[in-house]
Design a protein. Structure first.
Ligand code: SF4
Length: 221
């Protein structure tokens, strides 16, 4: 089998196409593995605000996200590998979002859908709104807009598929689920006296948080 993999990797694209016309298909383990993964990404069933309505529309007959292998949204994080953060993430909901993310099995991915999810959007100045879920969990694809249309979510989904397709199975660029040292579970923030604590997860948000007068700079969201 090892020599078969090597032979497939050495086949030139033109020859590969020509062989395909003859009914002989050659591939590599990584191509086959990634092809299976990218075409069976199942989203988790939850929405946070108005963007969720666009997400729901994406699954219905007009757009039909199932065409991409994303079948019925799963009601349990144990059965899902894609979290679509669709809507405003309030600081009250942020711990629940991180907890659900932690409960998902690897490999898992996140799409942050809409201005609210990626930055707080029109509510950015609100004391109660998180200024981007990427402060707590790693986001694979950001979708701008308020709200993004279903086409934008489909584009994000295809972007994620392309990302999965290109992942090498070995080396420093390998996906997290193939790296025993990589961390896939993060601290769940708690409601502190003035803000969420910690204000950001430094493992995924290395940028300095803006200072707020009257509080410790390290505790600012
Ligand atoms: S980005 Fe706009 S549409 Fe989406 S949740 Fe925020 S306010 Fe609603």
């Amino acid at each position: 089998m090892g020599s078969g993999i090597g032979a497939a990797m050495a086949v030139k694209p033109d020859l590969k196409i020509e062989l395909g016309k003859q009914g002989v298909f050659v591939t590599t383990i990584s191509d086959l593995y990634n092809w299976g993964r990218k075409n069976s990404v199942w989203p988790m069933q939850f929405g946070l605000a108005c963007c969720a309505i666009e997400m729901i529309a994406t699954t219905m007959a007009r757009y039909d996200l199932a065409r991409f292998g994303a079948e019925v949204f799963r009601p349990s994080p144990r059965q899902a590998d894609l979290m679509i953060i669709s809507g405003t993430v309030t600081k009250k909901m942020a711990p629940q979002v991180v907890r659900l993310y932690n409960q998902m099995a690897e490999p898992k991915y996140v799409i942050a859908m809409g201005a609210c999810a990626i930055s707080g959007g029109p509510f950015k100045q609100g004391y109660n709104v998180l200024k981007g879920i990427d402060r707590y969990i790693p986001v694979d694809v950001h979708i701008p807009g308020c709200p993004p249309r279903p086409e934008a979510l489909i584009h994000a989904f295809m972007t994620l598929q392309a990302k999965i397709d290109e992942q090498p199975l070995t080396g420093s660029e390998r996906p997290r689920h193939l790296d025993a040292e990589a961390q896939g579970e993060f601290p769940i923030p708690v409601q502190g006296a003035h803000d969420l604590e910690p204000p950001v997860n430094r493992l995924v948000w290395p940028l300095p948080a803006p200072a707020v007068i009257g509080t410790d700079a390290e505790n600012c969201g």
